[in-house]
Design a protein around this ligand. Structure first.
Ligand SMILES: C[S@@+](CC[C@H](N)C(=O)[O-])C[C@H]1O[C@@H](n2cnc3c(N)ncnc32)[C@H](O)[C@@H]1O
Length: 385
């Protein structure tokens, strides 16, 4: 019974994150392609949440009013409990998610509803950061109730620091419920969607005139014998690209002792490709980043190292995955579209709200202490470094 409750409420919470992300995608689609259809799809989410928010506010203003006393399924009672625990802002954020609206209607057993409220409470800051960093327009909804004299609504409408200018993976939630920018070696770490290459790092003839220098070719560009594309299985050059959507459903969180890590906000199935390990493409003998970098092997014999991918400055969320000696993902070398790439793939099913981990390899821990805490941890074993 308790297990079922936990499963159902975890699923409901994961669908709240998923739906908030979806509403924000609808918002940007409607903004950049404002066709009647796109705008209607976006507005629909608001029109779905409005009626029961209106009822919840009216009930809060006058709980004795006969219209609001009739509450056969006790929906208003559940909403009141939610607002008492988590406030109006959280109600407005969650109400824009279809998964939450469904739970409001269907979780009629008090134990189930209380468990969901308590899970949302545990994740309150994460949900707020998620909604704000994706520019969910919950304030617009709340403003319409601002003049009604509900004091708590006015305090929750106070402007907060804007996150709209930041990529969500420029935001790390700290242990004391603040946010900070990921930072390394005195500089902010910058999110990129495509690998970058600094020709100067590849320049063997740095004394020659820049006009006469030959531009180095990117060694990760797909060559005819790099094998079939992992996605379409074609042995020929194809236009396939990786789907980056998994990256929208993870968050960066500070962890004690190990720094920034990655937490899944949805369920991943074994074999799912979560993302591409992206960074600056550096020469194979480059050793300027001993923390984050990964060797990029050739796909064909003699299987040497073609490059080092260094995301210490430019990279994506995959650079923050912590090591575990019992990891939930693997790095894999793949040919996809016009490149050979390193992907991060689920080594087993990953539960929502679990930290995503990967095995950095035994050599990484030479002279360092692994703190993954697993029974088989390399730093606990007698033969460890
Ligand atoms: C690739 S980075 C991961 C992101 C990093 N935590 C950060 O804050 O930017 C690798 C570094 O994270 C920390 N780390 C990750 N997993 C760890 C583990 N299992 N034990 C100890 N430190 C770990 C170590 O400082 C390691 O050198």
């Amino acid at each position: 019974m308790q297990q079922n409750i936990s499963k159902l409420t975890t699923k409901a919470l994961a669908s709240i994150y998923y739906d908030i992300n979806y509403v924000c995608i609808l918002r940007s689609t409607a903004r950049w392609e404002p066709s009647a259809n796109n705008v209607a799809n976006y507005r629909f989410q608001f029109s779905e949440s409005a009626p029961f928010l209106d009822r919840a506010v009216a009930h809060a203003l006058d709980p004795t009013h006969s219209t609001y006393q009739a509450d056969p399924s006790e929906l208003l009672h559940r909403l009141k409990l939610f607002v008492d625990e988590l406030g109006w802002k959280m109600l407005l954020i969650c109400a824009l998610a279809e998964g939450f609206r469904r739970a409001c209607r269907e979780f009629i057993h008090t134990v189930l509803w209380r468990e969901l409220v308590s899970k949302i409470k545990e994740n309150q800051w994460s949900l707020e950061v998620f909604a704000r960093s994706r520019v969910l327009d919950w304030r617009g909804q709340l403003l319409k109730y601002a003049s009604l004299g509900i004091p708590k609504i006015n305090t929750e409408l106070r402007p907060a620091r804007s996150m709209s200018e930041q990529h969500p993976h420029h935001i790390v939630q700290t242990m004391n419920k603040k946010i900070q920018r990921p930072w390394h070696d005195g500089s902010p770490q910058i999110h990129i969607n495509e690998p970058v290459m600094d020709p100067q790092k590849w320049d063997s003839d740095s004394d020659s005139d820049s006009d006469t220098r030959i531009r180095p070719t990117d060694p990760t560009i797909r060559k005819p014998n790099d094998g079939r594309c992992k996605l379409c299985r074609s042995p020929n050059l194809c236009a396939c690209t990786l789907d980056f959507s998994a990256g929208s459903l993870v968050e960066l969180v500070e962890r004690p002792g190990t720094g920034t890590g990655v937490r899944a906000l949805t369920f991943f199935k074994e074999g799912d490709i979560l993302g591409q390990f992206i960074g600056e493409i550096c020469p194979p003998d480059w050793n300027g980043d001993l923390i984050y970098s990964l060797a990029h092997p050739a796909q064909t014999k003699p299987y040497g190292i073609l490059a080092v991918i260094s995301p210490c400055k430019f990279g994506n969320w995959t650079r923050f995955i912590a090591h575990s000696c019992n990891a939930s993902t693997d790095f894999a070398s793949r040919t996809i579209g016009n490149r050979t790439v390193t992907t991060v793939e689920a080594a087993r099913d990953i539960a929502a709200f679990e930290d995503v981990t990967v095995n950095y390899g035994h050599g990484y821990w030479e002279g360092r202490e692994c703190m993954c805490g697993e029974e088989n941890c390399c730093s606990r074993r007698e033969d460890s470094w």
